[in-house]
Write a protein that binds this ligand. Structure first.
Ligand code: GKE
Length: 342
């Protein structure tokens, strides 16, 4: 029901796979994408162990992209809540071992697992996989990701669950969260340009001084990377990110170019900023898989901007559902009646 998993579900369906089950805590009307012919299981909180056992029964491949997370605006203000995703990751591995017929188990880790002391300069050297240790991960969210990576390794060593792990670097694209507080910078800046144009305010707020740097990976590269890593023999966590480093000011330029405008910038220095500089070193994925994410940021942002612009128009016309935000109620999903979902 989320951004990346929804896109992955669609990709697998289009590739002709069957017996696909998509699971999310959100009610179905808040799913980013509902794919015809796929068993969709809404209202299913995977922090609850019984739910993991229900949805993993008989599974041959498991892709665990479930997490209570978001952009810097969310994870900086919900550190304890982000760590509770360890319940999802623990229960999903237990279920994979006890009730799955798992040949591959993919776990979505994050660049937030990297040592933050290496990310204090916008001209930072790109992060290599070994830079996660000695550990000093992003508070809350990053430490949970690092812990769950290690749990994946030990479930492979001790129980033979063939786990594979990718560290995502800021994934963006159509169908991603674009407002409501969990959005990341690419979607946020597109939205701000659209609103500035709409309202005639001619101004956009940017968190920080805009000189902080990142790389941003388009969703299609992310999907290809997940498929390749899951079906590879790469046992250790692998970077899955673009190596195109840009400042947030440059990202804002690209959002303005997509909107055909130029705005005054209002820098909010006390807003959530995360690390000063972060980029993906793709030496290892190139060496081991002969591929790296390569969709240019200008190309991905043009598609993302156009999609958010349509969503914004739909909402103004009263067509758009509420911004995708989990209401936060924890529920046990009912007995899965395959007939009713299939
Ligand atoms: N979200 C957001 N919204 N960020 C903004 C905005 C805005 O309106 N304006 C400027 N920024 C700046 C932030 O201050 C931060 O320095 C940079 O853009 C990127 O913020 P982000 O996209 O929210 O998230 P980060 O890359 O810092 O961290 C994210 O990294 C991912 C993995 O690379 C995490 O929040 C997770 O989503 C994930 O681990």
């Amino acid at each position: 029901g989320g951004f990346i998993a929804g896109a992955l579900t669609r990709r697998f369906k289009e590739n002709g796979f069957t017996n696909i089950r998509a699971v999310d805590i959100k009610p179905i009307d808040q799913w980013y994408q509902v794919v015809e012919g796929v068993e969709s299981v809404p209202d299913c909180d995977l922090q609850i162990k019984e739910n993991c056992y229900k949805v993993c029964e008989g599974a041959v491949e498991i892709y665990n992209l479930a997490a209570d997370m978001g952009g810097m605006g969310f994870i900086e203000n919900n550190k304890a809540r982000c760590m509770l995703s360890v319940l999802i990751n623990t229960h999903m591995l237990m279920a994979a071992k006890d009730v799955g017929k798992v040949e591959r188990y993919f776990y979505a880790s994050s660049a937030c697992a990297y040592n933050t002391t290496l990310q204090q300069d916008p001209n930072c050297s790109a992060l290599k996989e070994e830079d996660a240790y000695p550990a000093m991960a992003e508070d809350g969210y990053g430490w949970e990701k690092l812990f769950s990576e290690r749990m994946c390794r030990h479930y492979r060593e001790d129980y033979g669950i063939e786990t594979r792990v990718a560290r995502f670097h800021n994934v963006y694209g159509p169908y991603g969260t674009w407002d409501g507080g969990r959005e990341k910078a690419p979607a946020a800046l597109c939205r701000k340009v659209i609103i500035a144009k709409d309202s005639g305010s001619n101004e956009m707020e940017i968190w920080g001084d805009g000189e902080q740097s990142r790389s941003f990976m388009y969703i299609d590269d992310c999907l290809k990377g997940i498929d390749m890593i899951t079906h590879s023999d790469v046992l250790e966590p692998l970077n899955l990110g673009s190596s195109e480093l840009v400042t947030i000011n440059r990202l804002a330029d690209i959002a303005e170019e997509a909107g055909g405008t130029k705005l005054k910038r209002d820098y909010k220095l006390d807003a959530p900023k995360g690390v000063r500089g972060r980029n993906s070193d793709n030496t290892k994925i190139m060496e081991l898989l002969g591929w790296e994410p390569s969709i240019p940021l200008t190309e991905g942002m043009a598609k993302t901007y156009a999609w958010i612009d349509r969503q914004s128009e739909d909402r103004k016309a009263g067509k758009q559902k509420v911004s995708c935000r989990t209401k936060g109620r924890r529920k046990i999903c009912g007995r899965i009646d395959l007939g009713s979902y299939a």
